[in-house]
Ligand binder design. Structure first.
Ligand code: ATP
Length: 342
């Protein structure tokens, strides 16, 4: 019945009248970097806590390695969790912090030290192993929290917004690091985030959550290029969604269609469409130069707004840029637009 390393079947979770997780099916494969992505309150953390065993499902079944763990206590499940606040012991050195879990498992001292130092080495902090947590930076503390979880060699590592407390630059560095560590350790990571770029950057697959349900599961390219719902199209990046009469005029059918801003080029309004191209004519109502790109907001006669992003490949004074007020054609290759089924 189950196919993943971690499988959820028909899982529901109610907090009084709040239906936090709604009849959820999910399969995470062995060795995968799997992200649960969605807005605040969509149920991601609750699913993570259900897998960890910190919450009990109201109904449904949770399997890990084909074992039914639905009724098992957290410490009886082959999983470990890394929290956003790191939860390091302040009075223990880094090495002692990492050794702690091994100590509770009664691993002998020399073996403990060996495994802890190897885990600290894997997060590239060997030179700091004798320091106390408060002597480390936020990013370093996050790495130690990771080493402390990895040293126990869980089958699955659960990570709840672990980079949330870091500033943007450090966060981006840690995203690359986390992916490297996951690949090298070969452990399945289940990662909760509300940041779509973060999820896309690291994940093998992403589950997009909305109101306690999963709207779509797929690779970053699949969920971005072929969103199956309007919510997924809008949540992952900027989308231009045509429907109803606008879609009928352009595509000959009123089915919902999405076209991403970077696929749209701007041409003078009287330019004829080539074979295999689609487009609309409108006026630029806003243009924002933001360094690498310029973002244009165009409004068609019917009132539909279209966002086009153009790469600034030339220096600003060499770009024959369109200006606010210009009438333009917003044109794209027809096979770059994607039908949204629901
Ligand atoms: P965030 O990104 O803000 O952490 P999330 O997607 O992880 O959001 P959850 O924390 O899983 O969302 O919450 C899902 C829903 O369940 C929300 O409506 C939340 O208010 C509710 N909820 C979560 N935990 C509890 C609780 N212990 N008691 C009552 N309601 C809860």
């Amino acid at each position: 019945m189950s196919t993943g390393l971690v499988s959820l079947r028909g899982v529901n979770k109610f907090f009084d009248e709040v239906h936090a997780v709604a009849n959820l099916d999910l399969d995470v494969n062995a060795g995968e970097f799997f992200s649960m992505l969605g807005p605040s309150g969509s149920g991601k953390t609750t699913v993570l806590r259900l897998i960890a065993g910190f919450e009990n499902a109201s109904s449904g079944k949770i399997m890990i390695e084909s074992q039914d763990v639905t009724d098992l206590a957290p410490f009886d499940r082959p999983v470990n969790t890394v929290f956003q606040d790191y939860a390091l012991f302040p009075h223990m050195s880094i090495q002692e912090n990492v050794e702690y879990g091994l100590r509770t498992r009664k691993v002998a001292k020399p073996e403990r030290a060996k495994q802890a130092l190897a885990a600290i080495d894997s997060v590239k902090l060997s030179h700091l192993s004798q320091r106390l947590p408060h002597q480390l930076s936020g990013g370093q503390r996050q790495r130690i929290a990771l080493a402390r979880a990895l040293v126990l060699r869980p089958k699955v590592l659960l990570l709840d917004e672990p980079l949330g407390a870091l500033d943007k630059q450090l966060r981006e560095e840690m995203q690359v690091e986390l992916k490297r560590i996951q690949r090298e350790a070969g452990i399945t990571f289940i990662f909760v985030t509300h940041d779509q770029e973060e999820a896309m950057r690291m994940s093998d697959r992403i589950a997009v959550f909305n109101e306690g349900s999963i709207e779509q599961v797929g690779t970053p390219a699949e969920v971005y290029e072929r969103p199956q719902t309007k919510f997924v199209a809008s949540f992952l990046g900027v989308s231009n969604i045509f429907s109803g009469d606008d879609a009928k005029v352009i595509f000959g059918s009123s089915t919902m269609v999405n076209i991403r801003p970077e696929r749209i080029k701007l041409v003078p309004a009287d330019t004829k469409l080539k074979v295999g191209e689609s487009g609309v004519v409108g006026s630029i109502i806003e243009s924002s130069y933001i360094g690498a790109t310029t973002i244009y907001l165009i409004q068609t006669q019917s009132g539909q707004r279209v966002i086009a992003t153009r790469l600034n490949e030339e220096l600003p004074d060499q770009i024959n840029r369109f200006e606010t007020g210009d009438r333009v054609g917003a044109v794209w290759k027809s096979d770059h637009s994607a039908v949204i089924p629901t």
